[in-house]
Ligand binder design. Structure first.
Ligand code: NAP
Length: 253
């Protein structure tokens, strides 16, 4: 078993895509993992898979933008697995449109899941981290934080995640807690598949087109992000805090 065997990690949006890969990776690193998602069936299955492989895990359904559900879910994790001292704020949605066509609801939904959801989750979990004098928070930003046509809501949320992360690092550092953001580039998930569909381009063509512009000449996978999370939540990463790591196959900022 690894050094992190006794630690409990929460991953939001763990039902599929990047979150599911992060949950699997943290379980294989020795963490007990709580998989949180809107979709109860998928996180229950993900948790069962981890338990079948010899790990400890539970799946909990919630909407991260609902304060009551967040408080109840985090309390349940603490009761069933132990104090959560690792939090990966990964749950996310897109509601893309050019600004002149963007509805108020598209704006509120995206800011609500990414920013308010991360705030609510972090507020609930930091209590356990400060008590334990140890914690690791990883927030999912995006290269879209630098600006992306059709994503004024999403890019504002993802830029917001970076400021949120840096302030958490400043406020919580004295309790042995680090906070960092990962800003992925193009990662092959349902989210990018949906973008291809919206643009009317076959996903394989969309990926091939994107890969040409990426220095390593390929698009990313959920495991690329899971490996970066694994490093940031490790014992050895305790002096890395308030950083934004672009995981995009090349430089971005
Ligand atoms: P994905 O495949 O669409 O998965 C997102 C997950 O989040 C889904 O399981 C979804 O649940 C869940 N979720 C959505 N709203 C939620 C809510 N209110 N409460 C709880 N769970 C919720 O997305 P992904 O590509 O893995 O992206 C994961 C994160 O990385 C997101 O923050 C995204 O913005 C970020 N990111 C992705 C890329 C990329 O290229 N894919 C690039 C940069 C950043 P349901 O299954 O029920 O919908």
């Amino acid at each position: 078993m690894t050094e992190s065997h006794s630690r409990v990690a929460i991953v939001t949006g763990a039902g599929r895509g990047i979150g599911a890969a992060v949950a699997r990776k943290l379980a294989s690193d020795g963490f007990a993992v709580a998989l949180l998602d809107l979709n109860e069936e998928s996180v229950k299955q993900g948790a069962e898979d981890i338990v079948s492989a010899g790990g400890r895990a539970i799946g909990v359904a919630l909407d991260v933008s609902n304060a009551e559900q967040v408080e109840a879910a985090v309390a349940r994790v603490a009761e069933e697995l132990g104090a959560p001292t690792v939090l990966v704020n990964n749950a996310g949605i897109t509601r893309d449109n050019l600004i002149f066509k963007m509805t108020e609801q598209d704006w509120d939904s995206v800011l609500g899941v990414h920013l308010k959801g991360s705030f609510l989750m972090t507020r609930a979990a930091q209590k356990y981290m400060t008590e334990q004098r140890w914690g690791r928070i990883v927030n999912l930003s995006s290269t879209s934080a630098l600006g992306n046509r059709g994503q004024v809501n999403y890019s504002a949320a993802k830029a917001g995640m970076q400021g949120f992360t840096k302030t958490l690092a400043i406020e919580l550092g004295k309790f042995g807690i680090t906070a960092n953001a990962i800003a992925p580039g193009f990662i092959e998930t349902d989210m990018t598949a949906a973008t291809a569909e919206r643009l009317g381009v076959p996903f394989e063509d969309f990926k091939a087109f994107a890969a040409k512009e990426i220095p390593v000449q390929r698009t990313g996978t959920p495991d690329d992000i899971a490996h970066t999370v694994s490093f940031l939540v490790s014992e050895g990463a305790g002096f890395v805090s308030g950083q934004v790591i672009y995981v995009a196959g090349g430089p971005k900022d």
